[in-house]
Design a protein around this ligand. Structure first.
Ligand code: ADP
Length: 306
């Protein structure tokens, strides 16, 4: 079956335990927080929900424990309209969790315990090969084992699906993996971790993008926080500005961007249009609290585009 609109996300599922605090505590310090939320998160899950909420047909390939966090997460994915048939629950390992402190400025600090996410293996990607074969877009991030990310890239390449890599959390990437990436979407920190080039302005972003393009990545999108993003393809480098919004919480801004990009490409938008759309999706997400709770519908994105 042809996969118009079909997106496969291979990635992490976490439960986010979010505390609001006047500021991020330093080592050894105990602070009184001002609020608390428990919301499903994990970069893979966030991106799957982001694309599904916008209207993509999403299959999420993930691993969870058999605990209360898993039940909550799976209910949430089902409610978002995600195909959960490739989510497996395993014994003896906790579901992944993230402890997130959000300070009043909107900045955050996060501890991730991978749990079952570390058990998502290449065999799980192979088991999803029919879904990948039917997909227009395949997405992965780095909260799962690297060998699984590599297998995902190979599987996407084998069927001609666009492979989007969100290289987060930041780390080094092999040349083998980069050579199979259609679109890589680091933020400034991640771009520096991969290329060794500190990204602080247009020139340094372009230089970092060139390093990635030289390794065979077809398109580089470096997100620049409140300044929008750089789109780099071949010699072309463009910075596309952001929308002025009132920032409440930037958690999952990058995930909103990736979900918006995956949706846009799966829906048949040209690449630049899909990236511009993703910028709007991310802008809406920073005006709201939490990870998946902040992800907008198509109508909500349309409202700020007008
Ligand atoms: P990450 O969340 O991965 O650290 P960024 O901080 O670069 O990534 O943000 C990703 C995207 O989220 C940006 O490209 C932009 O679209 C949106 N965004 C982030 N911060 C803001 C902000 N202050 N105002 C508007 N949009 C923002």
């Amino acid at each position: 079956m042809s996969g118009k609109n079909k997106v496969v996300v291979v990635g992490s599922s976490n439960m986010d335990l979010v505390a609001k605090t006047p500021r991020i505590p330093v080592a050894g310090e105990t602070l009184s927080g001002t609020d608390f939320f428990m919301v499903p998160g994990g970069k893979g899950a966030n991106q799957a929900v982001a694309a599904a909420r916008l209207g993509a047909d999403v299959v999420f390939v993930a691993k969870l424990g058999k605990d209360v966090f898993a039940s909550r997460s799976i209910d949430n994915y089902r409610n978002a309209g995600i195909d959960i048939s490739r989510i497996e629950q395993i014994e003896g390992v906790p579901s992944g969790i993230a402890m997130i402190a959000v300070e009043e400025s909107g900045n955050n600090s996060i501890i991730v315990v991978p749990g079952a996410n570390a058990k998502l293996g290449p065999a799980d990607v192979t088991a999803a090969k029919d879904d990948i074969a039917a997909a227009t877009v395949v997405v992965a991030q780095l909260e799962i084992p690297m060998e699984t990310v590599l297998e995902t890239a190979k599987a996407a390449q084998a069927v001609g699906a666009a492979f989007i890599l969100d290289p987060a959390p930041a780390g080094e990437l092999s040349d083998e993996l980069l050579s199979m990436v259609d679109i890589i979407k680091p933020n400034e920190t991640e771009a520096e971790a991969i290329t060794g080039i500190k990204v602080s302005d247009r020139a340094s972003a372009a230089k970092a993008a060139d390093v990635l393009l030289d390794k065979g990545v077809k398109t580089v999108i470096i997100t620049l926080g409140g300044r929008g993003f750089m789109l780099a393809r071949g010699r072309s480098k463009e910075i596309i500005a952001n929308h002025n919004v009132k920032v409440v919480d930037t958690t999952a801004a990058g995930d909103a961007f990736v979900g918006g990009l995956a949706f846009g490409i799966a829906a048949g938008k040209p690449l630049k249009d899909a990236a511009v759309y993703a910028n709007y999706v991310a802008a809406v997400s920073v005006t709201r609290q939490g990870a998946q709770t902040s992800l907008p519908t198509q109508m909500e994105v349309a409202a700020i585009m007008n």
